[in-house]
Design a protein. Structure first.
Length: 178
């Protein structure tokens, strides 16, 4: 089996959650992010495992180009499963560098920012699309952000985006991936 970002995955990952930290984040390790993603999945009502990759902006640029046709780094990408499965919901990739820049600019830790981005990705895996839902995803994300003890929701702060990939970037309805 292969994850959306092209890495071979063991069959067990389709039965359990998996976090891959290609880039280290202060205050965050695989088990703690895995537990957070499990909480976020339950809060959203998403069934199936989620694989999360924390990686470089360079790899995010490559993924964004490959899967979205955009030649720039972005903070988070979500890849819903391409097949109907009760055991696998999809993949999320997060840029450690952009998360760090966002966190510094917004006054919270990079670990918190990674969790905000993971929650945003989980919402996309659950079928939410902030470009087409007239604010529904933003409302749900804000409620879950508070429930999960996270600062500033991603969509709520997106109004200040410069379009350069910082703090995200918009996904098309086709992608449902961000």
């Amino acid at each position: 089996m292969e994850a959306s970002w092209g890495r071979a995955l063991p069959p067990s990952c389709f039965l359990f959650r998996m976090v891959i930290l290609n880039k280290r984040v202060v205050g965050l390790n695989e088990p703690s992010l895995d537990r957070f993603v499990a909480r976020a999945r339950r809060a959203v009502g998403l069934s199936g495992s989620v694989t999360v990759l924390i990686t470089s902006s360079r790899e995010m640029r490559s993924l964004n180009g490959r899967f979205r046709g955009k030649d720039k780094a972005t903070d988070v990408l979500s890849f819903p499963a391409h097949f109907e499965s009760a055991r696998f919901a999809g993949d999320i990739a997060i840029s450690a560098e952009i998360a760090s820049d966002n966190a510094r600019r917004l006054g919270h830790s990079t670990a918190e920012e990674v969790k905000i981005l993971a929650l945003h990705g989980v919402l996309h895996l659950a079928g939410f699309d902030h470009e087409a839902d007239r604010g529904e995803m933003a409302r749900v994300e804000e409620r879950l952000r508070q429930k999960l003890g996270l600062p500033g929701a991603l969509i709520a702060r997106a109004a200040g985006r410069s379009g350069d990939g910082k703090m995200g970037g918009k996904a098309s309805p086709k992608e449902r991936a961000r």
